[in-house]
Design a protein around this ligand. Structure first.
Ligand code: NAD
Ligand code: UDP
Length: 313
C-alpha cells in the first residue's frame, strides 16, 4: 500500500515541488498550507490527482489525521516575509513544529524538519559543519526565524529523546528555482525579476558577502534520501551546494544570462546579514551518498525561463 505523506508548507516553493516528487514516486500526498506565502498556482496541476489532497490549515493549530511520514516545511522563509510578521514566524517555528511532532508521535510516523543554515547565524567558522553551534544574535530582526528554527531543532531532539519520535533534521542552505514567490524578496528571484524588467539590481552592502546556491531538484533529492535512511540517522545534516559566490558575482551572472542592460544599485546592508555562508556536505555525502549536480548557470537558466513565463515577457 502506498505511504500517506504529509507535506506542511506544501503550496510554497519547495513544498510544491516536493509534492510533485512524492506523487511521482507513488505516495498519497497530503499538502497542508495556510497560504501565507504559498500559492494555488503551485499546486493547481495536482488537484485532480487522486493521490493528492490539499488541506488549508495553520500548523499552529493541532491536527489529527493518519500519516506515515511528515515533511515539516511550513514557515515563512524569506527575510521580508518572516520579518513582516515576526510573532507569527516564531510561533510557527515552535508551536507549529510541536503540533506536527505530536501528530508524528500519535501516528508513529517519521518526521523531517526543514531547518536552515540560519542556525549558524553570521558564522565564525567556514565552511559550516553540523557540529558548529553558530553565532546568532538572539534579539535582532532575524531572530524570529533563526532562533525559531534553533528552538524547533531543540524540540525535535527532545521529542526524539523523551518520546521516541522518529526524527530527521536537515539544514537547508540557500535554495532557488522556479515557483519562488515573485515578491519573495530573496536575492535570486529579486535579481532575475529586476533583470528581466530592465530595472537596477538591488545589491545590499558592497555585494562581497557570499552565499552558496543550491537548485531545488538537488535539494529535494537530498530530502527524499534523508527520509529513506534508517531510524538511527536523525541528523542534523547540511543540504546545500558548496559552490560559493559573492552576491555581486550572482548579479553579474544573472545580467549575463538574461542579456539585460540593468545597472547595479548599491543599497544599505540589512542588520545581522551573514557575511559568508558555505555548507560542508561531508556528512550528506557519507550518509546519503548525495551531492548537488546542477551548476548555478544551469539552475538560473531554468529559473529565468519560469519568471519570463510568469511575467509573460
Ligand atoms: P515558501 O515561503 O515558498 O514556503 C513556505 C510555505 O509555508 C508557504 O507555502 C507558506 O504559506 C507556508 N506556511 C507558513 N507558515 C505556515 C503556517 N503557520 N501553517 C501552514 N503553512 C504555513 O518558502 P520555501 O523556500 O519553500 O521554504 C520551505 C521551508 O524550507 C521553510 O520551512 C524554510 O524555512 C525552509 N528553508 C528554505 C530555504 C530556501 O533557501 N528556500 C533555506 C532554508 C530553509
Ligand atoms: N540581497 C541583495 N539584494 C536583494 C536581496 C538580497 O543583495 O535584492 C542579499 C542579502 O543582503 C544577503 C544575500 O543577498 O546578503 C542573500 O539574501 P536572501 O534574502 O536571498 O537570503 P539569506 O540572507 O536568508 O541568505
Amino acid at each position: 500500500m502506498s505511504k500517506r505523506i504529509l507535506v506542511t508548507g506544501g503550496a510554497g516553493f519547495l513544498g510544491s515541488h516536493l509534492c510533485d516528487k512524492l506523487v511521482g514516486l507513488g505516495a498519497k500526498v497530503l499538502c497542508l498550507d495556510n497560504m501565507y506565502t504559498g500559492h494555488h498556482r503551485n499546486i493547481d496541476h495536482l488537484k485532480d490527482n487522486p493521490n493528492f489532497e490539499f488541506i488549508e490549515h495553520d500548523v499552529c493549530d493541532p491536527l489529527d489525521i493518519e500519516v506515515d511520514e511528515i515533511y515539516n516545511l511550513a514557515c515563512p522563509a524569506s527575510p521580508i516575509h518572516y520579518q513582516a510578521r515576526p510573532l507569527f514566524t516564531i510561533k510557527t517555528s515552535f508551536l507549529g513544529a510541536m503540533n506536527m511532532l505530536e501528530l508524528a508521535k500519535r501516528n508513529n510516523a517519521t518526521i523531517m524538519q526543514a531547518s536552515t543554515s540560519e542556525v549558524y547565524g553570521d558564522p565564525e567558522h567556514h565552511p559550516q559543519q553540523e557540529d558548529y553551534w553558530g553565532h546568532v544574535n538572539p534579539i535582532g530582526i532575524r531572530a524570529c526565524y533563526d532562533e525559531g528554527k534553533r528552538a524547533s531543532e531543540a524540540l525535535f531532539f527532545d521529542y526524539h529523546r523523551v518520546e521516541g519520535v522518529k526524527i530527521k533534521v536537515v539544514r537547508i542552505f540557500n535554495t532557488y528555482g522556479p515557483r519562488m514567490h515573485p515578491d519573495d524578496g530573496r536575492v535570486v528571484s529579486n535579481f532575475i525579476i529586476q533583470a528581466l524588467k530592465g530595472e537596477p539590481l538591488t545589491l545590499y552592502g558592497d555585494g562581497q558577502q557570499t552565499r552558496s546556491f543550491c537548485f531545488k531538484d538537488d535539494l529535494l533529492e537530498g530530502f527524499v534520501r534523508m527520509m529513506g535512511t534508517s531510524d538511527d540517522v536523525i541528523g542534523p545534516v547540511n543540504l546545500g551546494n558548496p559552490n560559493e559566490f559573492t552576491i555581486k558575482e550572482l548579479a553579474e551572472q544573472v545580467i549575463a544570462l538574461t542579456g539585460s542592460s540593468s545597472s547595479l544599485d548599491y543599497l544599505p546592508l540589512p542588520s545581522d546579514d551573514p557575511k559568508r555562508r558555505q555548507p560542508d556536505i561531508t556528512r550528506a555525502k557519507e550518509l546519503l551518498d548525495w551531492e548537488p549536480q546542477v551548476f548555478l548557470a544551469e539552475g538560473l537558466q531554468q529559473t529565468i525561463a519560469h519568471f519570463k513565463q510568469l511575467l509573460s515577457l
